[in-house]
Write a protein of this length. Structure first.
Length: 133
């Protein structure tokens, strides 16, 4: 079973996202922040990060500290709007996003769109492609 980490500060939305993923066969770890919550990510197949309710730069910087051996963990960014400014800040951060598969999902979204984004991110990691940004 594939494990997905959902990073969502809004408990209600995080619970709903986790349930949608569980219903589709994923093992889900739901946290309000990665910082201090997740100690190992080597068995994680994707991270979903809501950029509207979290500080993406801090969360991804923490993730990069936890995962020094692999730069291919798929990341799904959820947001009302993923601005080019945010993308540039994330790319200039110490985390090498250009080597990761990053998929953006615009809110509001349907459950099928979220599940398709998780599959797309995971498939892209197999082929080594970066999509969405």
């Amino acid at each position: 079973m594939e494990r997905v980490v959902v990073v969502e500060a809004d408990v209600v939305l995080g619970t709903v996202l986790a349930e949608v993923l569980r219903h589709s066969g994923y093992e889900v770890t739901f946290v309000r922040t990665l910082i201090g919550e997740i100690e190992r990510v080597d068995s994680v197949s994707a991270v979903i990060l809501d950029i509207d309710t979290t500080t993406a730069e801090r969360e991804l910087a923490w993730l990069s500290l936890l995962e020094p051996c692999s730069d291919s963990l798929p990341i799904i960014l959820l947001g009302v709007q993923v601005s080019e400014d945010l993308v540039q800040r994330l790319r200039s951060h110490s985390l090498p996003l250009q080597n990761r598969n990053v998929v953006c999902v615009q809110k509001p979204f349907r459950n099928e769109e979220l599940l398709a984004a998780v599959r797309q991110a995971q498939e892209g990691c197999v082929s080594g492609q970066v999509t969405g940004i």
